[in-house]
Write a protein of this length. Structure first.
Length: 153
């Protein structure tokens, strides 16, 4: 029932190039046709979301309908980025799914306290990642209703 899914831009904040590639391949494997934009840390994510620096040209940084956020990144980690996103009235409505290797209870609790919409531990296999992407597709793009993108975005 993929045809009922809305086309949504996804931004993935992930510092590991292999994990970014695997996520792209997993999305293709489960036929998730949404656009995936990748950034390498929290600073780049915020630049993307606020259309600053290399993301300032029109059309380069479409407003995402979903953010996949790693916690452990250089420069600005996912926790700091999440705090800033959820404190910003222009950005806080964008759903954020924490997708990380950490299973630490402290990270889970803190992520939800900071406003994460979901917390998913990265699977150890590609097949597991495909399953996660299928589940994300079904939930975020077929089951729930997301607000329309604000004007001018």
């Amino acid at each position: 029932m993929l045809s009922s899914a809305k086309p949504i831009t996804i931004v993935m904040a992930e510092d590991d190039p292999d994990d970014r590639l695997l996520a792209q391949e997993a999305m293709e494997e489960c036929m998730l046709a949404n656009s995936l934009y990748c950034v390498e840390n929290g600073e780049e994510l915020l630049d993307y979301l606020r259309r600053r620096g290399r993301f300032s040209e029109p059309g380069v940084a479409p407003r995402p309908g979903l953010i996949l956020l790693d916690l452990n990144m250089p420069r600005m980690d996912g926790r700091e980025a999440l705090r800033e996103i959820k404190a910003d009235s222009e950005l806080r409505s964008i759903p954020v799914v924490v997708l990380t290797t950490s299973k630490a209870e402290e990270d889970i609790v803190r992520s939800y306290d900071l406003g994460a919409n979901s917390y998913v531990t990265k699977p150890l296999t590609f097949e597991g990642l495909v399953d996660v992407m299928k589940t994300l597709r079904r939930y975020w793009f077929e089951i729930i209703e997301l607000p329309d993108t604000p004007r001018g975005q």
